[in-house]
Structures are given as C-alpha cells and as structure tokens.
Design a protein around this ligand. Structure first.
Ligand SMILES: NC(=O)c1ccc[n+]([C@@H]2O[C@H](COP(=O)([O-])OP(=O)(O)OC[C@H]3O[C@@H](n4cnc5c(N)ncnc54)[C@H](OP(=O)(O)O)[C@@H]3O)[C@@H](O)[C@H]2O)c1
Length: 345
C-alpha cells in the first residue's frame, strides 16, 4: 500500500478516506503534549486534516513556536496538565526525558479510563524501571511511530506524500485500540502503516538511529574521508567521493529500486569492487552492531539519554557539539559543494 499523493490516495483507495477519519474523530479532542519536531508536525497535519487539536506545553521555546504557528493561549494552547484534562487522545510528544520529568505531576493525575494514551516511541513505557512511567491499567495505550524526522512528516504532508509509520498496542481496554491507532496513523500523515510491539519499536529505533541512520553513517563518512585526505586527496575530491555521490546519486537509486538496482546502474569496475568489499565491511561492523544492540537492550543507552537530556545546559552543550561537527573539514567542504550545486542550477 504505497502511493504518490497521500491526500488523493486517502480519498480514493484506502479504507481510511479523510471524510471517514473526520467522521470517526468528530467528537474527539487531540491533546498534543510537546511541540518539538514530532509534536509540531503531528499537530499541524491533524489540524490541516480538519481535526480538533489542542497543545499542552510549558512556557518554553516551543510555546513561542506554537504561538507563531497560530495556536492561541487558552483557546487551543494550554499548560500540559490542562491539555491532559481536556484531551481525549493524549499524544505524549514531549522529549523522552521530558516525558519522565512531567509524568507524575502533569500527566498521570489527569488520565482517566475513557482517554487514550498515545506515544510515538516505545521508550517511556518499555524502560519503565528507568522512567517510572506506568500507565493506569484501565485505559488504551497505543503508539504510532513515524519512520522519519518530524520535519519530513510535515514537508511530506504538504507535498501530498506520506511517511511510513509503525503502530502498536500496549493496552487495549476499549477493544478499539488497534483501530484507533490505524485511524490516527493516517490522520497524522502516514502513507503506510506496519504493526509492531512497543518493545520492538524502541529497540529497533534506538539501534537504527545510533547505527546506520545517523551514528554509523557519520562514522563511515569520516573514516573514508580522513583516509583519502591522509593519502593526499583534496577536500573536494574526498567529499565528492564520500558524501556527495552517495547522497545525490547512489542512495536515491537504492531508495528507488533497491541495492541490486544501484549496482546495475554503476560501472562493471565499481560493481566488482563493491560486491567483493561489502562482506568485509559487514564482518567488521557486525560485532559493533551487536555491542550497540546489547547497550540498547540492557538500558545503558536509555540511562544515558535520561541523564544527559534533562541537564539544564543540555541545549547549550548540544550547540557546542554541533558547532564542532559543522567546523569539521569534511562538513565545511560539504558547504562549498552545496553552494556549487546551487550555482549549477
Ligand atoms: N524527532 C523525530 O524525528 C522523532 C521520530 C519518531 C518519534 N519521535 C518521538 O516523538 C517524541 C517527541 O520527539 P520530538 O523529537 O518531537 O521532541 P523533542 O525535541 O525530543 O522534545 C521537544 C518537546 O519536549 C518539551 N520538553 C522537553 N523537556 C521537557 C520537560 N522537562 N518538561 C516539559 N516539556 C519538555 C519541549 O519543550 P521546550 O521547548 O519548552 O523545551 C518541546 O516541546 C519522542 O518520544 C521521540 O522519541 C521523534
């Protein structure tokens, strides 16, 4: 079930056309807690789909952002506890560390059995020993986890496309939990839904983002770029052979029709070398991936996230770390190459 234009698709081909979604949620108030990348995108997509959305926030940076986007204090923008009191579906899209911080004071006291508790990550409930987040047993608890950044969920929606999401049910007291997750999944702008469990979602997600999606790819880029530079290649050559060709030409081919399609579209010289070398990379990297999985599974990663992300100076320190990355020669070379790309057009 994949399609080009989500709006058209929803109207014509699915069991979940927008009209049906609107009818289904006619009397439902979505209480969205948090206005980070996911909170903002899910809120705006639901709102643009004609559904009743309120936001629950502390008076911080994202409160200002919500006002900029047209949310109005005491009309559809509230404190976290007020949004929990008023909402029917409580979409907990605070940062994972923020979910832990706010749970006992602002969320749990106002959850009643007729409300649904919704997450976009299995983090809080799966690692309950560390987060102390244990939902009341008499309510539905579901998950819709978009497999893309919040920003992509919104830009894809605006373009008429969808992002794949997983759905899961942790508690089904109403008998409708899975159905509700499907309706919400399409309502927030998913194009394709697949079933998982809270546990599998969080283990695969934490491994994925530390691994191939973000951490490992950055490490791989650096290793190759630095070897090329140490062997006398120019920044431009090292960047083009490492990042530019990957992101602009080859990864899109993998996305289009798979890995074999990428190989088919490259020279026989490139094919021969790459097909001989990939098992060597796999052999070297697999033990590291297992180490990463263990660190996710035993809660080490979660402990670190909760300790670091709730520190007062977390954002400040993060900005410093990102500045360090931005100032690496490889990413400076990237800026130049992107500028040249623009001039080409
Ligand atoms: N980002 C993604 O691509 C992505 C993808 C799939 C799933 N998810 C999941 O979606 C959820 C939300 O993630 P996100 O990336 O959108 O958000 P985020 O950047 O992790 O969190 C942002 C929101 O949390 C609030 N917040 C942080 N700490 C708080 C605290 N102690 N008390 C009250 N509010 C607090 C922030 O408010 P202030 O502005 O006031 O700090 C902001 O509104 C998480 O469970 C995440 O794992 C994210």
């Amino acid at each position: 079930m994949r399609f080009g234009n989500i709006h058209e698709y929803i109207e014509k081909n699915t069991d979940y056309p927008l009209k049906r979604i609107q009818e289904y949620f006619k009397y439902t108030k979505f209480g969205i807690l948090g206005y980070g990348p996911q909170g903002r995108s899910q809120a705006l997509n639901l709102k643009d789909n004609g559904l009743n959305v309120i936001i629950g926030l502390r008076q911080g940076e994202s409160y200002k952002e919500a006002i900029k986007d047209g949310f109005i204090p005491n009309i559809n923008l509230f404190s976290i506890d007020d949004a929990v009191k008023q909402g029917d579906i409580i979409m907990n899209l605070l940062s994972d560390a923020g979910q832990k911080e706010s749970w006992h004071k602002c969320v749990l006291p106002y959850l009643t059995k007729d409300k649904t508790l919704y997450f976009s990550h299995g983090f809080s409930v799966v690692y309950k020993k560390q987060t102390n987040i244990i939902p009341p047993p008499n309510m539905d608890v579901i998950l819709v986890a978009p497999k893309g950044s919040g920003r992509t969920l919104r830009t894809a929606f605006i373009k008429g496309e969808g992002v794949n999401s997983s759905i899961a049910v942790y508690q089904d007291k109403s008998g409708f939990a899975e159905q509700n997750a499907k309706f919400i999944g399409f309502a927030i702008g998913s194009g394709y839904l697949y079933k998982t469990t809270f546990e599998n979602e969080v283990y695969s997600d934490l491994v994925g983002e530390r691994g191939v999606l973000m951490g490992a790819i950055h490490g791989l880029f650096l290793a190759q770029y630095n070897v090329l530079r140490e062997r006398g290649h120019s920044p431009s050559e090292a960047f083009n052979e490492t990042v530019e060709e990957a992101t602009q030409s080859l990864i899109p081919l993998i996305a289009e029709q798979g890995m074999d399609w990428m190989y088919k579209n490259c020279s026989t010289t490139a094919q021969r070398g790459a097909i001989d070398w990939y098992p060597k990379f796999e052999k070297v990297l697999k033990p590291l991936m297992n180490e990463l999985y263990d660190s996710v599974y035993d809660g080490t990663e979660v402990k670190n996230v909760l300790e670091q992300n709730n520190k007062k100076d977390y954002r400040y320190k993060l900005d410093e770390e990102l500045a360090l990355i931005s100032n690496m020669e490889i990413w400076k070379a990237g800026k130049t190459v992107r500028e040249l790309r623009k001039k080409d057009k």
